[in-house]
Design a protein around this ligand. Structure first.
Ligand code: DI6
Ligand code: FE
Length: 407
């Protein structure tokens, strides 16, 4: 056999949480070996069954019993934005609510002002430290939304900045157009006219530059109605772009069911989702993206109906929702602990939620999210005795190594 020019690596003395869907729980393999070549996984399974001939030329990496998981996936972030909202945080400490601040012209709109004033370089420079914090925890895929421009130029600039992150760092960036995030001040309350701009002006420009992998909206009393979101989803469908939705976060406007009706990849937040919404999501295969950071930060008390999702068979992902207003969080590991502690999600649900199910929520399950032959060699190697430690600790990072595309 001629030696392959593509670099191969063999990880030995390791334990795997493969996250394979055809195995129970985390798809654990003890006494495992994992072989990568040319940036893809060639073998992930019992060391005893390793096809020795395929591994002959591989560089060997002895893992001393460490655990390997797929590289983590943060499937819901608003990472690209300018400025911060620490002052509003102080106001909230004095008793103001998130909705009061939003209605008084603060909230999302204050980040819109800062983002409009920022150049693409500024946006990249301000975002890289947040991205680096995620990367330091073994994250290899990050979804990034627009939605702080609310005009064509700034929305495009945010998405270009997001794409650039993927060139400045060794990470996969998946972008989402969130023009229907909030009503900009210049719209003077005319939601219909603004939605028409999103549909007829912004979205076609975004699609023409190939800047969005999906389209999102905020279906909420302080944002857009389900009819308004439906218009955005119709436009996305015409352009062949998948959709997802900020649904039922502060109230139940039927967002989960709306998302399901459009075959959404995911519906996100879902604190107020009811049984009918959960059933619709299950039937559509729409993933529930659970965002405990926002719940925690705005001191929400209504928990997402995890039991309903379990009973209906809805898949659950977990993400940071990193944003300056409701979840200024750049730790996916902390999100895991919050999902378990606040929502009683199990360790397996949490860890599947930042790997396999997060990949599914991004429409990337055929490429990432599990340790299976043919998938990208995006790996995280952890110095832990058992996978539960990744969920159990607060503010401790046991990452030993992060491998992206085999390197
Ligand atoms: N829901 C949220 O939690 C964030 N956006 C959204 O649609 C909040 C964004 C912000 O306050 O800046
Ligand atoms: Fe969000």
């Amino acid at each position: 056999m001629a030696p392959s020019l593509e670099p191969a690596r063999l990880y030995t003395d390791c334990r795997l949480a493969t996250m394979r869907p055809d195995r129970p729980g985390l798809g654990v393999v003890e006494a495992a070996a994992l072989l990568t070549r040319g940036g893809r996984i060639v073998y992930a399974g019992p060391a005893a069954d390793l096809p020795a001939a395929e591994a002959r030329d591989a560089e060997r990496v002895v893992c001393d019993g460490r655990w390997i998981t797929p590289g983590l996936i943060d499937c819901h972030t608003h990472l690209v934005h300018a400025g911060d909202r620490a002052h509003e945080f102080e106001l909230r400490l004095q008793g103001a609510s998130y909705e009061e601040i939003a209605r008084a012209g603060g909230g999302i709109v204050s980040t819109v002002r800062a983002t409009r004033a920022a150049s693409e370089d500024d946006l990249v420079r301000q975002t890289l430290p947040r991205l680096d914090a995620l990367i330091a925890e073994g994250v290899t895929t990050v979804e990034v939304k627009s939605g702080y421009g609310l005009d064509r130029e700034t929305e495009l600039r945010q998405l270009r900045a997001a794409r650039r992150l993927g060139r400045e760092r060794d990470v996969d960036i998946v972008t989402t157009f969130l023009g229907a995030h909030a009503l900009p001040p210049e719209a003077q309350g005319d939601k219909a006219a603004y939605i028409a701009r999103v549909v007829d002006d912004m979205l076609p420009a975004v699609a023409a530059e190939g800047l969005a992998d999906a389209v999102d909206g905020f279906c909420e009393g302080i944002a857009f109605s389900s009819d308004e979101i439906a218009r955005v989803f119709e436009a996305a469908r015409r352009l062949g772009l998948p959709v997802k939705l900020h649904a039922d976060q502060l109230s139940n406007l039927g967002g989960a069911a709306l998302a399901a009706r459009y075959g959404a990849l995911s519906a996100d937040h879902l604190e107020h989702t009811d049984e009918a919404g959960a059933a619709a999501m299950a039937a559509a295969g729409t993933v529930a993206v659970i965002l405990p950071g926002a719940f925690y930060f705005i001191r929400e008390t209504k928990r997402p109906p995890i039991d309903l999702f379990r009973a209906a068979g809805v898949r659950m992902a977990v993400a940071t929702d990193c944003n300056p207003g409701t979840s200024p969080m750049t730790s996916l590991l902390l999100a895991l602990n919050m999902a378990a502690t606040l929502f009683r999600m199990t360790v397996d649900e949490c860890l599947l939620g930042v790997t396999r199910e997060a990949a599914r929520a991004l429409g990337r399950l055929s490429d990432v999210g599990t340790l299976e032959p043919g998938k990208a060699a995006d790996l995280a190697v952890w110095t832990v005795e058992r996978p539960a430690e990744l969920v159990y600790r607060l503010g401790f990072n046991p990452l030993h190594a992060r491998i992206r595309r085999g390197r």
